[in-house]
Ligand binder design. Structure first.
Ligand code: DAH
Length: 345
């Protein structure tokens, strides 16, 4: 067989090989076998010196034509295999499958209720004020008419940083800070975190409070009652009943605790025939503390108690949230179980 014949037979040989090549990897092996540096074409050409010089141009020309044919065959087959591979990938992709939805977070229920309460008081014309969680003795106790020997300053309750610096035990210091900064009339609420050395089923070392107060000429207990009743009915529903019980706080005189009709049993004391576990059948739940700002507090902040009067109140946001949504366990708020939190999205 002449070299020309040998060269020309490479084309059908390759075509047969390519027909059987089932993958791009096999294709590459074939390419090396036929067109590689030591492949079949190269080997045949290596024998060119055996020929008489006048025979060589014909063989050379054939070799070029064969090489081009071989390359064309490869390219065609390669494109076909690539198409097939792509089609196979697509066949495993189901465009009708539902997508994976990105998870969207939501505000914590305590944050939501805090925002809601702030909105209600904004509607009543109150400003929102904030202050430091690391407080000093003066703002947390002394200016609020709690002298050094007062039981509320007991080490049991307060987390001290130094003898004089502490984590605020309530948001009431904002009364002092705000009144020292502004002249009456002033109406403000102060939402925020407070800290106590207390931890059991119904107490956490950190929780949230909202403090509110207003000072002007001729502010009376009637204003206090009207404001708090309106606020509580906006948060718990317009049929909510509100009652005031006498109480004591060092920074208010007189002081009261406020109960609302139980929002779980509607004040009936029983729900679905069973004793209501939230109000313990009394039909009432305690919701906040309040009172007329004590003249001693006005003296601390430089207001004249003969000219001005005012009221103040403070409430626990976790407690309001539990009552509003019928949540029985305080720990739910701090465990961050998404199954719990998602219900408030
Ligand atoms: N500061 C009180 C506490 O943490 C709550 C409180 C009660 C605030 C009566 C007030 C108030 O402003 O008038 O227990």
């Amino acid at each position: 067989m002449t070299l020309v014949n040998e060269l020309e037979s490479l084309v059908p040989d390759l075509a047969k090989g390519l027909d059987q090549a089932s993958s791009l990897e096999v294709l590459e092996e074939l390419r090396i076998d036929f067109l590689g540096r030591k492949g079949r074409l190269a080997q045949i050409m290596g024998r060119l010196p055996e020929l008489a010089p006048e025979e060589r141009p014909v063989v050379g020309k054939t070799a070029n034509a064969v090489k081009e044919s071989l390359n064309n065959l490869f390219d065609q087959r390669k494109a076909a295999l690539e198409d097939a591979r792509e089609a196979e990938k697509l066949s495993r992709f189901d465009p009708s499958m539902p997508g994976r939805m990105p998870k969207v977070g939501s505000l914590h229920p305590v944050t939501q209720v805090m925002d809601e309460i702030c909105q209600v008081f904004k509607g009543l014309g109150y400003d929102i004020v904030t202050g430091p969680e690391v407080e000093n003795d003066y703002h947390n106790f002394e200016a609020l008419n709690m002298p050094p020997e007062h039981p509320a300053r007991d080490m049991q309750d307060t987390l001290y940083v130094t003898e004089n610096i502490l984590l605020r035990t309530h948001t009431s210091p904002l009364q002092v800070r705000t009144m020292k900064e502004r002249k009456p009339p002033v109406a403000a609420i102060a939402p925020g975190k407070v800290y106590r050395r207390d931890s059991d089923l119904t107490h956490t070392p950190m929780f949230h409070q909202i403090e509110g107060f207003m000072v002007d000429r001729n502010v009376s207990m009637a204003d206090l009652r009207g404001t708090l009743t309106s606020f509580l009915q906006q948060v718990f529903g317009k049929n909510t009943k509100v009652r005031f019980r006498p109480s004591f706080f060092p920074f208010t005189e007189p002081s009261a605790e406020v109960d609302i009709s139980c929002c779980i049993c509607g004040g009936e004391g029983y729900k679905d025939g069973a004793p209501c576990r939230v109000c313990k059948t009394t039909g009432w739940v305690e919701i906040l503390g309040c009172g007329m700002i004590d003249p001693e507090v006005f003296k601390s902040v430089g207001y004249d108690p003969e000219e001005y009067s005012g009221f103040a109140f403070g409430l626990g946001v976790e407690r309001v949230t539990m009552l509003k949504y019928g949540i029985g366990d305080l720990r739910m708020f701090f465990e961050n179980d998404v199954r719990f939190l998602r219900q408030f999205a």
